[in-house]
Design a protein around this ligand. Structure first.
Ligand code: NAD
Length: 538
């Protein structure tokens, strides 16, 4: 990439700034002499300085702010450091620390990034999109209503869109210039924010109903007009809207909802790996979910289609998935169930508690997506361990403080037998001298690769098959060594090659399903590779 910028303007443009890595020749040619200290550093030296500085910070939120500042100064360096130290930095740029940043967005706000589109912009969203100076291929958009497990954070949700897009670039090599974070500000129900004089968002209750749908529709149409061929990822919308928006838009534009579909794929991959440890098939599973929201029902739907793929009728496959929500087991006799829960309302007597449901259903697998910390308690884990030689316990609620149980507790109470995975990372544990490594069911294993594949072949829609293929590819990357320590996902350090494999598989599905927007190339591998950006100075 070349730029007409020179001097201080160049140093202040994060996409082109190299800081101390500008060579003496470049400094002379670009009017930078005197604007930088005399020593020229390599990118590797700069990364070494960044990581030393990063580690010196005294809290995770300070580390988050430090990395945000770096991203605002020098994107190549930010992404190089992030890619090389992904295991250490991902929990900072994404869950759990990003949750703290979203909670205090208005207090820690420094430099704008992305687009804030509020109800005040109704009627002129297309014009507003034209203010964005770069071509765009991926948008992550949120309305801030259900941020991680933290609830309605209003305008603070922007941190999630920014964090997710950082992972598209770091994990799959989608050029950061092609990525646009968007916050749709439709108000908030968060009383703390509404009363906070420093709150940066609209100070009004959330817009609901037809007017809300019209606002989102104006946004989606404006993207089609101003930024065609852009993948729109819906992120952290509330239950009330997420399923409806996905159903409405998925066949109309290139879109997906990561909370529903990305979560489903990463969890299916984890379960497929766990079954290599238990030597069982999917069709032998009885899966009990705690929580029946976007994550739970999304996972359930993909599990059901994967079980049905093994030859079972859909209705029968559904009976392998059971859900407990705030009112107990979801069964036919319950009235007033939300639409997305109805297909899992089986004919069964009611159960009011989770433990009672475990007793009755004798599940092989528990999936926690309830935001209720401690709900996989000692009694639950011990009972699961009596029922199963190797109980599968996925405590997926984020951030860490919301996990249904910690890795340590799962291993302790199951006497090292649990096959455990969580949403936010937990460190490796020891049980009676054996090393056990909790898996992190991190959506970042899936969505960057899906996005890379979709954008590489200019897919018109994102299909379910793309997600089930992504899950299959991810599971195939788990090694025997991983399984030996009960780890159901590959090491995060492998995420770039894994994303590339997922992208190829996704593009293959796009061509098979007639969804690709370009002629089929002779090599999908080469197609994907040709679009990958590497954080290097040109
Ligand atoms: P959601 O708000 O859509 O759903 C939460 C569900 O939990 C609702 O059905 C609610 O009724 C239920 N619930 C709340 N309290 C409960 C209780 N005491 N007992 C039983 N059920 C209860 O949220 P979501 O999008 O489904 O996300 C849920 C959690 O999963 C969040 O913490 C989120 O961060 C996490 N998550 C993890 C991953 C991942 O690990 N990859 C991905 C997506 C979401």
């Amino acid at each position: 990439m070349t730029t007409p910028l020179r001097g201080l303007d160049l140093l202040r443009e994060p996409l082109f700034n190299k800081g101390t890595a500008f060579t003496l020749e470049e400094r002379e040619a670009l009017g930078l002499q005197g604007l930088l200290p005399p020593c020229v550093h390599t990118l590797e030296q700069q990364v070494a300085q960044v990581i030393a500085d990063f580690r010196q910070k005294s809290s995770d939120i300070e580390r988050y702010l430090y990395l945000s500042g770096l991203e605002d100064r020098n994107e190549t360096l930010f992404y190089r450091a992030l890619s090389q130290h992904l295991e250490e930095m991902m929990p900072i740029v994404y869950t759990p620390t990003v949750g703290d940043a979203c909670l205090s967005w208005s207090d820690v706000f420094r430099r704008p990034r992305g687009l804030y589109i509020s109800l005040q912009d109704r009627g002129s969203i297309a014009a507003l999109l034209r203010n964005w100076p770069h071509p765009v291929r991926v948008i992550v958009v949120t309305d801030g209503e259900r941020i991680l497990g933290l609830g309605d954070l209003g305008v603070g949700g922007m941190g999630i869109s920014i964090g997710k897009l950082a992972l598209y670039a770091a994990c799959a090599g989608i050029h950061p210039r092609l990525c646009l974070p968007v916050m749709l500000d439709v108000g908030t129900q968060n009383q703390h924010h509404l009363q906070d004089p420093l709150y940066l968002g609209l100070r009004r209750p959330r817009l609901r109903g037809d007017e809300y749908d019209e606002f989102v529709a104006e946004f989606v149409s404006a993207v089609q007009e101003v930024m065609p061929k852009t993948l729109i990822q819906f992120e952290d919308f509330g239950n009330l809207n997420a399923f409806r928006l996905l159903d409405h838009w998925r066949q109309r534009v290139c879109t997906f909802n990561d909370d529903i579909q990305g979560t489903a794929a990463v969890t299916l991959a984890g379960l497929l790996s766990a079954l290599r440890i238990t030597n069982q098939t999917l069709a032998q599973q009885r899966i009990l979910f705690l929580g029946a929201g976007e994550a739970g029902v999304g996972i359930g739907d993909l599990m059901v289609s994967a079980i049905a793929d093994q030859g079972l009728p859909l209705e029968e496959a559904r009976r392998h998935c059971w859900f407990v929500d705030t009112q107990g087991l979801i069964v036919q006799s319950r009235s007033g169930l939300a639409d997305h829960k109805l297909r899992y309302a089986h004919d069964h007597p009611p159960c009011t508690t989770f433990l009672e449901a475990i007793e009755r259903l004798k599940p092989t697998t528990l999936i926690g997506v309830s935001t209720m910390p401690g709900s996989f308690n000692q009694a639950v884990v011990e009972r699961m361990s009596q029922l199963n030689e190797r109980p599968i316990l996925f405590a997926l609620s984020n951030p860490t403080s919301k996990a249904e149980c910690t890795a340590q507790d799962a291993y302790r109470w199951s006497r090292g037998k649990a096959i455990y995975s969580s949403g936010s990372p937990f460190p490796p544990c020891q049980f009676e001298g054996k090393k056990l490594v909790p898996g992190q069911g991190n959506n970042a294993y899936i969505f960057p690769g899906v996005g890379l594949g979709v954008t590489a072949c200019e897919a018109r829609h994102v299909s379910d098959k793309m997600f089930s293929e992504a899950a299959r590819v991810l599971a195939s990357c788990v090694t025997q060594d991983d399984l030996e320590v009960s780890r159901v996902y590959p090491a995060l350090s492998q995420i770039r090659p894994v994303s590339e494999l997922i992208a190829v598989a996704v593009a293959r599905v796009a061509f098979e399903e007639g969804l690709a927007g370009i002629p089929q190339p002779s090599s999908l591998e080469d197609l994907v590779k040709s679009t990958i950006w590497k954080p290097e100075y040109s």
